[in-house]
Design a binder for this molecule. Structure first.
Ligand SMILES: [Zn+2]
Length: 381
């Protein structure tokens, strides 16, 4: 098969649904997108490996490699999209439409569209043997579990020196974001008749102590960790929901408290979990209840580019923008973990992501393609 034109590639990518969701009814396979990308990149001379995820083989990552040797540059993106409200769209989310100098479609900005730009950038280098490999990485399930990136980190692949993730950043290089932990505390006491408190152990009263302690923990974190590179320069802890008990005249036997923590670079989720567990122990002993802490979803660690990152400096020069931090999480911490100097930099705007009428402005396309070409020249030739 011959290589598709830019617009054909973009419209195929939008046509093929690849929603990922934690709700099983909405969740879809990303294999059709991965297979199509593999066919295209193979036609361009890349070596393609499709790697099904260990627990969900109907989902896969693609590693497409041109050239060989140590070092190298990765262009990475996710192949899944969030779910959509079709009734709120002016045109079909799965039909690429050009109007108002924009391309509309689900995933055009966040971020299947990035692969069409990458193909456009790569074309002129195909006849030239590369000194260091160029690797295109297409992942699964970024919008739901990040299991695609997690699987790669576990495999230790790919190995390269630099990685650019084309998430929507308005063509500004992003060198930092916070991490996210979502945790649940369960308190198991003993229910009983409310007329005599000694007939039970009130889980809600323990929850009160736990909440007070978490708020102290939060204040302590804010004292220990600060990073002026973020709009909110301290780690946050949000008490999100609480469920417990059933009736006013029954001692509350069980209580559950869900909260999140937004970590700063340098904080490790497992360490924080240990610290919280240590603090909960004496409360459980004093109240003679059982308290457990578990993660609702696996944590995404905070991300920060390497210190004095060569790639950050290069991207700042190419875009004319100082590197910034963002409030959303990406796959970047997993790629950092693989030892790659990682930056998030892509053509879309985050305001358009996860919205009806998601679009990519036409005037972003050529500048972004040129940035990608410059990076290939710098790191692969
Ligand atoms: Zn995204």
């Amino acid at each position: 098969m011959s290589q598709p034109t830019f617009q054909h590639a973009l419209s195929r990518l939008i046509e093929i649904p690849s929603v990922s969701s934690t709700l099983p009814d909405l969740d879809m396979s990303n294999l059709p997108v991965i297979n199509e990308l593999a066919v295209w990149f193979e036609a361009m001379g890349f070596q393609c490996e499709i790697q099904p995820l260990p627990d969900t083989p109907h989902k896969a990552n693609l590693i497409a490699t041109l050239g060989s040797g140590p070092g190298g540059l990765v262009f990475a993106g996710h192949t899944d999209t969030v779910p959509y409200d079709e009734s709120l769209w002016k045109s079909s989310p799965f039909a690429l439409e050009e109007r108002n100098n924009r391309f509309y479609g689900l995933g055009v900005c966040d971020m299947k569209g990035f692969f069409a730009l990458v193909m456009e950038a790569v074309r002129e280098f195909l006849p030239t043997p590369l000194k260091a490999p160029l690797i295109i990485l297409a992942t699964a399930d970024e919008e739901s579990s990040m299991n695609g990136a997690r699987a790669l980190a576990e495999l230790g692949r790919p190995k390269a020196r630099y990685a650019v993730i084309g998430e929507p950043t308005g063509m500004r290089p992003i060198h930092m974001h916070k991490g996210i932990m979502m945790e649940r505390i369960r308190i198991l006491g003993q229910s009983g008749h409310s007329s005599n408190p000694s007939l039970g152990r009130n889980a809600m009263e323990t929850a009160h102590k736990v909440i007070t302690d978490l708020m102290q923990f939060r204040a302590g974190m804010a004292e220990r960790y600060q990073n002026p590179g973020f709009t909110i320069p301290v780690p946050t802890l949000n008490l999100g929901c609480i469920h417990g008990g059933d009736n006013p005249n029954r001692i509350c036997g069980q209580c559950q408290l869900d909260f999140d923590i937004r970590t700063l670079p340098g904080m490790e989720s497992e360490q924080l979990r240990q610290q919280i567990r240590q603090r909960l122990k004496p409360i459980a002993e004093a109240d003679q209840v059982e308290i457990t802490l578990e993660s609702i979803t696996p944590a995404i660690e905070a991300f920060s580019s390497k210190e004095n990152s060569e790639l950050v400096v290069a991207c700042e020069k190419l875009t004319g923008h100082q590197a910034e931090s963002v409030a959303f999480a990406t796959e970047a911490p997993f790629f950092s973990q693989l030892g790659m100097d990682t930056v998030v930099l892509g053509p879309g705007d985050i305001d358009q992501a996860h919205q009806p009428d998601e679009y990519l402005s036409l005037d972003r396309i050529n500048p972004m393609v040129n940035i990608l070409k410059s990076l290939i020249r710098q790191y692969c030739l």
